[in-house]
Design a protein around this ligand. Structure first.
Ligand SMILES: Nc1ncnc2c1ncn2[C@@H]1O[C@H](COP(=O)(O)OP(=O)(O)O)[C@@H](O)[C@H]1O
Ligand SMILES: [Mg+2]
Length: 145
């Protein structure tokens, strides 16, 4: 499934719209270069979970935890060197728990992700504020807007 975002606000709205479908235990793997909108998209998901705390990039903290309709574990694994380091953070409880996990730069730890992981890629068409958002393994049917 492909969606086109025209602005960062639009990416937040798309995240909010998709977030309303999510169920406890869902894992979202986000791929895309720096500034492709992974954290912006996560802000939208957080809105759908009624999380009031502002979402900030977990680049340095690696994992941030937010409380809303479900717990949101927001991870950025860019700085990790191995899947082992990822597992040593205690992520299995989160990946197989009752919250929602969002993992930025997920390709680095793909071996550790559940088979049901929803894969979302953000691409930047050259010289635009647009983003092409590709969703794979989406379990909630065709999105009709
Ligand atoms: N359509 C868009 N969707 C998301 N972000 C956009 C878009 N257009 C411009 N931007 C800008 O790109 C940057 C995305 O940053 P961020 O979400 O932190 O990306 P990442 O987490 O992938 O590094 C922000 O500065 C945002 O304002
Ligand atoms: Mg980010």
């Amino acid at each position: 499934m492909n969606l086109l975002s025209l602005s960062s606000k639009h990416t937040i709205k798309i995240g909010t719209m998709l977030g309303t479908f999510l169920q406890q235990g869902d894992v979202l793997a986000l791929e895309g270069t720096l500034a492709s909108g992974k954290t912006t998209f996560t802000k939208g998901i957080a809105q759908s979970l009624n999380i009031e705390e502002p979402i900030t990039s977990p680049t340095f903290t690696l994992i941030s935890e937010y409380y809303g309709k479900y717990t949101l574990y927001h991870m950025d694994v860019y700085r990790l060197d191995s899947v082992e380091d990822f597992l040593n953070l205690g992520v299995e409880e989160m990946l197989y728990g009752t919250g929602i996990c969002i993992i930025e730069w997920s390709d680095k730890v793909k071996e550790a992700l559940p088979p049901s992981t929803i894969h979302i890629t953000l691409e930047i068409p050259e010289n635009t504020d647009h983003r092409i958002i590709t969703i794979k393994n989406w379990p909630y049917g065709e999105i009709v807007i």
